[in-house]
Ligand binder design. Structure first.
Ligand code: GLN
Length: 199
């Protein structure tokens, strides 16, 4: 099976691991730099992006992960994970950094107060039927640069999912309600890169 890391510094690691396993992948929690070795892809879960950023620096994961992203490792970020993949944040607190890679700007907590959350059905490019999407203190993608492509938007036009090469990011959490099709889309990117690297 493909070996997919789930960045396990903070956030909803278990839900992602369960979906990846159900899709036939091997899911490995990643906390230390050496656990990044030999991965076919990585998921960055939702949680609190500033905390994940801080812990990634303390644990020495930040720099090796940035190198892997630059090298084309497939990475899927949900919510806080999307924030960490964005090249630019609006409303960053306390010198918060991102790993970067996605040519987008995200606004943190863009949907109102601390407890603001909602669920909706979304059309996602490349997925036939609408996706069940849970938003929890979610970021909004406020700028999509020329290298990235919007693949889902809310009815008001707000972009909530993007793809750029091997990077996938969603403002929402498909893993919260057992929605597996975003992870399946991600595993297609992983499979394509694996055969490209093997060729
Ligand atoms: N608001 C959080 C942040 O800025 C993200 C919330 C989430 O991942 N559900 O990191």
């Amino acid at each position: 099976p493909v070996r997919i890391g789930v960045l396990a510094l903070q956030g909803d690691v278990r839900e992602h691991a369960a979906i990846l396993t159900s899709l036939g992948a091997e899911a490995v929690p990643v906390r230390r730099p050496e656990q990044l070795d030999g991965l076919d892809g990585l998921v960055i879960p939702g949680g609190e992006s500033s905390v994940i950023d801080k812990l990634s620096r303390i644990f020495g994961v930040r720099e090796p992960l940035r190198a892997l992203i630059a090298d084309g490792l497939p990475v899927y970020g949900t919510c806080a994970g999307l924030i960490l993949l964005a090249d630019e944040i609006e409303g960053a607190i306390d010198g918060q950094l991102t790993f970067g890679g996605l040519d987008v700007t995200v606004a943190r907590n863009a949907f109102g107060g601390q407890v603001e959350s909602f669920e909706t059905e979304l059309t996602v490019a490349g997925i036939d039927e609408p996706v069940d999407a849970t938003f929890i203190r979610a970021p909004l993608i406020t700028r999509v640069g020329p290298r990235a492509t919007a693949i889902a938007a809310l009815p008001d036009g707000g972009v909530v999912a993007v793809q750029q090469g091997n990077l996938l990011g969603t403002s929402f959490h498909p893993e919260m309600n057992g929605e597996t099709r975003l992870h399946a889309l991600f595993l297609e990117l992983v499979a394509a890169r694996r055969s490209a690297v093997a060729a």
